[in-house]
Design a protein around this ligand. Structure first.
Ligand SMILES: Cc1ncc(COP(=O)(O)O)c(C=O)c1O
Length: 476
């Protein structure tokens, strides 16, 4: 089987072409029928390509599982893994499969995505956090250092570390040293590479995590590589752990994964094998041009290269003209019909991917230039400095798992001081939880949250100035 083939995509298309009369699920019977609105938007073809788990492929005895396996082998070959798994529940699902089987202590940088936390809530393992350090100028989370990691390895029964590579903002930890330290202590390394699937396709980008010999990697193929939303891939170079991953997948994944989604992963893999390098080269060129033009806009600040290893993530700030990143995001949407990936107090993140063109980049640059021109006329003053520091890690009085499923109630933010959090409270972005289930809510946490709300920073886990606390009134 060669990279120019896409066995799953082809077997799905062949089933459609054969026009088999379906007396099987799904209920739409491969025709739009009464669903004319869906047909008008998605086309008749979408129904015809959704035959539950039927395929037409003689070499594989029309066996969907066998064809899928072949498609996954091709993905493994392309990405440099021993095994690859197509995922229909995003990187979230992949992280759950990697983490649910853990039983020992897992070391987790605190700024990890919530999927890492929920994966660990499914496991018997304990968590040891690496606190987040922020860049003082840009207030973006910095990658954890191998020293921070090593200092936690003195604890008993460390089983794994989960690293985010790259972060949303394009920063990366020193993976090579992490892997060496982990090997010395016989600890597995899992990598959340949700935002780094494209690393495989250019030597100008950080090396892909798999090339460091890590045990497991999950990539959101949909985020930077163009498959449909919710489709991801898990890659593994640890066959023993991979068996456990498959067991977890069998429990946690639907028994009816969408064939369309799986086949799209296969077809995207074929395209990437054929043209991935030139597509990513072009993306890098566009990102470079975007950055170059933005750098000429007065008072606009670009995240310096020393803080960022992935140039496809354009992080900029208009704080010098008094605008928070959040305000810039809103302006771009309301006045220019442009939506960026995220914003925070200082920064805006615009993602450049292989789906971009010179025209899309031009529109973005012109819109930003226009915002600066408009604002400069008003004689703006710089944004006040980010005043309230991110609170220190609070004390945990029960395990994440125990607190995750415990009875909770809502309490006013200020009244929550001293109580045990029943939920995640996360200013988003960048998505670093200030408190997670089972931790004590401190006065510093409340002060920080009130400040976030005051400046209009969305905080997940706070609704109507209330947050979740556990009902349990034991004396903690
Ligand atoms: C760092 C990180 N990890 C994991 C995820 C989850 O990925 P998915 O949306 O593919 O489930 C995200 C999603 O935003 C993310 O930013």
């Amino acid at each position: 089987m060669k990279q120019h083939q896409a066995p799953l995509w082809d077997a799905l298309a062949a089933y459609r072409d054969k026009q088999v009369l379906p007396f099987h699920t799904p209920g739409h019977k491969l025709r739009s029928g009464v669903f004319s609105t869906i047909r008008d938007e998605l086309g008749e073809g979408f129904f015809a390509l959704d035959p539950s788990d039927e395929v037409e492929s003689e070499p594989y005895g029309n066996d969907f599982e066998a064809v899928l396996e072949e498609a996954q082998k091709l993905a493994a070959q392309l990405f440099g893994a021993q095994n690859s798994l197509f995922l229909v529940n995003g990187t979230t699902g992949g992280l759950h499969y990697l983490l649910a089987p853990t039983t020992g202590t897992v070391i987790v940088p605190r700024f990890s995505h919530q999927a890492v936390y929920s994966g660990l809530a499914l496991s018997e393992g304990a968590i040891s956090y690496i606190p987040t350090q922020y860049d003082p100028e840009w207030q973006i989370p910095l990658p954890p250092s191998p020293d921070q990691f090593e200092s936690l390895l003195t604890q008993n029964n460390c089983q794994a570390v989960v690293l985010t590579y790259p972060t949303y903002y394009g920063t990366v930890p020193d993976l090579s040293t992490f892997v060496n330290v982990a090997e010395e202590h016989q600890v597995m390394v899992f990598v959340d590479e949700a935002h780094g699937g494209h690393f495989r396709f250019s030597s100008k980008l950080p090396k892909p995590a798999l090339s460091y010999g890590v045990d497991g990697v999950v990539q959101s193929t949909h985020k930077t590589l163009g498959s449909f939303t919710q489709t991801s891939m898990l890659h593994s170079n640890n066959p023993i752990w991979y068996e456990k991953v498959l067991q977890a997948r069998d429990v946690l994944q639907t028994t009816s994964p969408s064939l369309v989604f799986l086949a799209v992963l296969d077809e995207v893999r074929r395209t990437l094998a054929e043209k991935g390098q030139s597509l990513v080269e072009n993306t890098l060129y566009l990102a470079h041009e975007c950055r170059r033009e933005l750098s000429q806009i007065p008072l606009l600040q670009l995240l310096p290269e020393c803080l960022q290893s992935d140039p496809t993530k354009i992080v900029f700030s208009l704080r010098e003209i008094g605008l928070t990143g959040i305000a810039v995001e809103r302006l771009l949407r309301t006045d220019y019909n442009i939506q960026v990936e995220l914003s925070d107090y200082y920064n805006v993140l615009a993602l450049i991917t292989l789906g971009d063109t010179k025209t899309s980049i031009r529109r973005l640059i012109e819109a930003i230039r226009d915002i600066v021109d408009r604002r400069s006329h008003l004689g703006s003053t710089p944004l006040p400095r980010h005043k309230v520091d991110f609170p220190p890690l609070p004390k945990a009085v029960m395990s994440l798992r125990e607190a995750f499923f415990i009875d909770v109630e809502l309490a006013g933010i200020t009244e929550s001081i001293g109580r045990v959090s029943g939920g995640f409270v996360t200013p988003y972005p960048p998505g670093v939880p200030v408190v997670v289930p089972g931790e004590i809510i401190t006065a510093e946490i409340v002060e920080y949250l009130l400040w976030c709300l005051q400046i209009g920073w969305p905080v997940r886990g706070v609704e109507g100035k209330k947050m979740s606390v556990i009902k349990d009134n034991r004396d903690f």
